[in-house]
Design a protein. Structure first.
Length: 347
C-alpha cells in the first residue's frame, strides 16, 4: 500500500503518443482559475477499500487511459486526508465516503456528489450468544446479555461519525429504541483490518462493517456473524461515492469520467471473476486474496451501482446524523449534496 497522498501516474495512451515531451500542468489547485480547455490533468483520489471497486476496474481495465486528459491517481488511507487535500485544492475527483464528502461540501468547497459506488453495503454483526437470544428478545437482548455476562455488549467499529458508526447508531436508536453508550458500548476502531483483529481477539462482541470483513469472519469460523443488513432497515444506505469539483463537472472530462464509472459498474456486475482479480491486484493479494474477493462479490452487501438517486433516502438520514454529531455545521439537503444532471446526461 502506498502512503497517503502518494501518486500513481496514469497517462492517457493518446496523450503519450501525440504529446511526447509536453509537460502537463499538474497544478490542480489552479484548475478553478483556468478555462475548461486548459484542464490538462485530472487528479483522482481513491482509497484501497472494497466499496471503491469501480476505481479498481477503471484502473485495471484501462478506462482512465481513454479520458481526454491525463490522470494523476492518488491513494489515500482515510477520508479525512482526502478532505484536507480537497481543501488545499489538490483533488478534482474523489472516490470515498459520503460523510467526508458532506464535510467537503459543508466547508464551502465547490463540489457535488455525482455518483455512488455502492448502496446498502453494511452488516450489523454480533456474537452467536446474542444472536441465539435475538429472535425471542430483540432489543431487550442487550439487557439479557449484560445480566448474564455482567458487562454491556461491546460493539467496535470505525470512529464516531463514520459510515459504519452512523449506521450502527441509527439501527440501535431509531430502529430499536436503544441508547448508544448506555445500553451498549461502542468502541472506536480505525480501519477494517483492525476491526477484524478485534473480532478475532475477542475484544468486541459485534460490529457494523462492510465487505470483506463479513466474508473473512465466515471463512475463519468467527462466532461473530450476521445479525442484520442495511437493506433490511435503511433502503438506499450510502457509503462510498464520487465527489467531483465544479471545474471538472463543467468540463467534458467530467462526463467522460462518469461514463467510465458507469461502465465499470456494469463490468463489476457482469464479470465478477475479473473484478475479483482487479480488486486483489489494487488492494494487494496479501490483504485481499482473489478467492476471498470473489466470494465477497456474492454477498448481499455487494450492491454496486452508479445512479446517485439510489442512495437518496439513506443520504437524508446520514445528513441529519452528520449534523447532530457535529461533522457538518449545516444539515445538508439532497440539493446541497447531489448533482443529478451530470449522471442523467450520460446515462
Amino acid at each position: 500500500m502506498t502512503k497517503p497522498g502518494s501518486h500513481v501516474d496514469i497517462s492517457r495512451r493518446t496523450f503519450l503518443e501525440g504529446a511526447a515531451g509536453t509537460t502537463a500542468i499538474g497544478l490542480t489547485g489552479l484548475a478553478g482559475c483556468l478555462g475548461d480547455d486548459e484542464l490538462e490533468e485530472l487528479t483522482v483520489a481513491y482509497m484501497p477499500i472494497y466499496p471503491d471497486m469501480q476505481y479498481f476496474v477503471m484502473q485495471e481495465e484501462g478506462y482512465l487511459d481513454e479520458l481526454s486528459v491525463s490522470v494523476d491517481a492518488r491513494e489515500f488511507t482515510d477520508g479525512p486526508s482526502i478532505v484536507q487535500a480537497y481543501a488545499s485544492g489538490e483533488i478534482d475527483v474523489g472516490l470515498f465516503g459520503i460523510i467526508p464528502s458532506m464535510i467537503v461540501i459543508d466547508r464551502g468547497i465547490p463540489a457535488k456528489v455525482v455518483a455512488t459506488n455502492i448502496k446498502e453495503p453494511m452488516m450489523i454483526m454480533a456474537h452467536e450468544d446474542l444472536r441465539e437470544l435475538w429472535d425471542e428478545h430483540e432489543a431487550e437482548t442487550f439487557a439479557e446479555f449484560e445480566a448474564e455476562y455482567g458487562r454491556p455488549f461491546r460493539f467496535g467499529t470505525f470512529p464516531e461519525g463514520s459510515t459504519p458508526d452512523i449506521l450502527l447508531r441509527y439501527w440501535l436508536s431509531d430502529i430499536h429504541g436503544l441508547t448508544p453508550g448506555e445500553d451498549v458500548e461502542i468502541t472506536e476502531i480505525g480501519g477494517a483490518n483492525a476491526v477484524w483483529q478485534a473480532m478475532a481477539n475477542g475484544e468486541i462482541d459485534g460490529t457494523s462493517i462492510m465487505e470483506p470483513v463479513p466474508t473473512i469472519a465466515e471463512e475463519e469460523g468467527s462466532p461473530i456473524g450476521r445479525l442484520a443488513i442495511a437493506s433490511e432497515f435503511m433502503p438506499g444506505q450510502p457509503a462510498a461515492v464520487v465527489l467531483m469539483n465544479d471545474t471538472t463537472r463543467e468540463h467534458e472530462v467530467g462526463e467522460e469520467f462518469l461514463e467510465a464509472h458507469i461502465r465499470a459498474t456494469e463490468f463489476i456486475n457482469e464479470e465478477p471473476d475479473a473484478t475479483a482479480q482487479h480488486a486483489s491486484t489494487v488492494i494487494g493479494e496479501s490483504s485481499l486474496p482473489v478467492e476471498r474477493a470473489r466470494k465477497a462479490l456474492d454477498s448481499p452487501l455487494s450492491n454496486f451501482v452508479s445512479d446517485p438517486r439510489e442512495i437518496e433516502e439513506g443520504t437524508e438520514i446520514f445528513a441529519e446524523y452528520a449534523h447532530e454529531l457535529g461533522r457538518t455545521d449545516e444539515r445538508l439537503s439532497l440539493e446541497d449534496v447531489f448533482d443529478y444532471d451530470l449522471y442523467e446526461s450520460v446515462s
